[in-house]
Design a protein around this ligand. Sequence first.
Ligand SMILES: [Zn+2]
Ligand SMILES: [Zn+2]
Ligand SMILES: [Zn+2]
Length: 243
Amino acid sequence: MEGGVDVTKEVPPPPSYSQVTAQGSGGGIYTVPMGQGDLPPPYSPVPTAGESTINCQVCQAVINLEGQRHLTVVQCPTCKEGTAIQDPPPGQRRVRCVCNLLLLYPAGATKVYCVRATCRRLITVTNGIPMFSPAPMYCCVHCHQNFVYRGRTPLARCPYCSRVSAVGGQGRRKGLVYLVLGIILLAVATIITIGTYESAVEHGGYYVAWTGGFVAGIMFIIASLFYFIIPSSPPSSTQSSEG
Ligand SMILES: [Zn+2]
Ligand SMILES: [Zn+2]
Ligand SMILES: [Zn+2]
């Protein structure tokens, strides 16, 4: 065995893949932790026995396989992305997101979310062909980093600076709705107050109703001011293509 690289024996077992987070077969949504994915086999330059280096699939840097032969994926020391050196485990598939992250997913899955915080693309796999849908991205008004936000509320916390801002135009819209509601409530409360003023002298209950109406109206207006004052992070103009 002189000179040859024979690492099929006496190597530690491969590190276990972190398991996908969702169950079920077909149609499920799966996410795979970063750095543990792989390329789809057709694109994997699986090194032949004896080769001790491989080129990174992302940046083409030379990766030394010495001591890493037992792995299915090696990490590029230059760009930190993964490159497959073995087929994926049975029942698993690999896809490389357009952000370069290598993802591993169950063979039946049709929807895979990229787990990279700056990407989060939805990858729809049809007959083994991936389609990439960019996630809604916003440019943080505080730190100017682009971040992904899929939440339903108009307020988003930036993953970089942890500060909250309104995303898109949703905050302003909600503020406007609250303002209109507040004004209507105040107007109604005022009309009722005027209309029932004389009865109120006899029935104290009216005062409670008036107060409730005014307080609710003022609360809505305060809430609307909050949405108008809070800084707004606009949709990102540059859809990240590289994480
Ligand atoms: Zn690389
Ligand atoms: Zn991605
Ligand atoms: Zn930020």
